[in-house]
Design a protein around this ligand. Structure first.
Ligand code: 6SD
Length: 243
């Protein structure tokens, strides 16, 4: 899969060289291209922002550098992907739809995603309107809180969907059991020693009885989810029923 990121802080994404995704990149499973928005400016100060029309606090990202950068990415994609679908363009925004594990699964199936990281008070609206005429555009929110820019949101999204791209995570079974994959939170995990600071591992986990272990873990998942995330619990019950 190919991912392009447009940002005024390209070095922010240097950490993607390490960890699981770094390995996937080295193996060619994950083709990452980070673009400095300022490379598409043509003034001495490499200006990417200006004052808002209509007045108000803060600055707005100018449309021209965005247009030039996205044109170059989309033109190259059209040439390479020859007649295929244009990439999905994602702009992190507190005004977008909330990113969930379902979004991560959907993004992991996309052959090419372009992320646009806003800063300041955001990007001139015409960039979104224009981009939507050339490609599929989605505004996506990491959650109901305000960040200073899109970079942290893009990093979180890449980490969430990157590990779902086939071949990126070592053991695919580990993906099925974790929080949110089945609409429930994870069961608690334990490792050796069996007794630590007067605390015992739940005896059922030492019993070797696989069916009982599975039953205990499912109970723990349901109880935890009901207590911490009643919204998820109600949705799970509606789909799976009381039994
Ligand atoms: C100015 C941005 C881009 C500012 C954001 C996204 C979420 N969930 N909270 N805040 C955000 C994204 C804020 O550019």
């Amino acid at each position: 899969m190919r991912v392009d990121i447009v940002t005024i802080f390209p070095s922010f994404f240097d950490v993607l060289d390490i960890s699981l995704l770094g390995k996937a990149r080295a193996q060619g499973l994950f083709d990452l291209h980070v673009h400095d928005l300022r490379d598409a400016t043509h003034d001495r100060h490499r200006t990417v922002d200006d004052t808002p029309y209509g007045g108000g606090a803060g600055m707005v990202m100018k449309p021209e550098p965005w247009g030039e950068t996205l044109d170059a990415i989309l033109d190259e994609a059209a040439a390479a992907e020859g007649g295929g679908d244009p990439p999905l363009i994602v702009f992190p925004s507190p005004a977008g739809e909330v990113f969930t594990q379902a979004t991560a699964r959907r993004f992991a199936r996309e052959p090419h995603i372009v992320f646009g990281c806003g800063r300041y008070e955001g990007i001139d609206q015409r960039v979104f309107d224009w981009a939507a005429e050339r490609a599929r555009v989605e505004l996506v929110s990491l959650g109901d809180y305000v960040l200073n820019g899109g970079e942290v949101a893009v990093m979180a999204m890449i980490e969430a969907f990157g590990r779902l791209v086939p071949g990126v995570v070592g053991n695919p079974e580990s993906l099925v059991e974790e929080s949110h994959e089945q609409g429930l939170l994870e069961y608690p995990s334990y490792t050796k020693p069996a007794r630590w600071r007067d605390r015992e591992v739940p005896p059922v986990l030492l019993s070797g009885h696989h069916a009982k272990v599975a039953e205990w873990r499912r109970e723990q998942q349901l109880e935890r989810t009901r207590r911490v995330r009643p919204d998820l619990y109600d949705a799970w019950l509606a789909e799976h029923g009381e039994g």
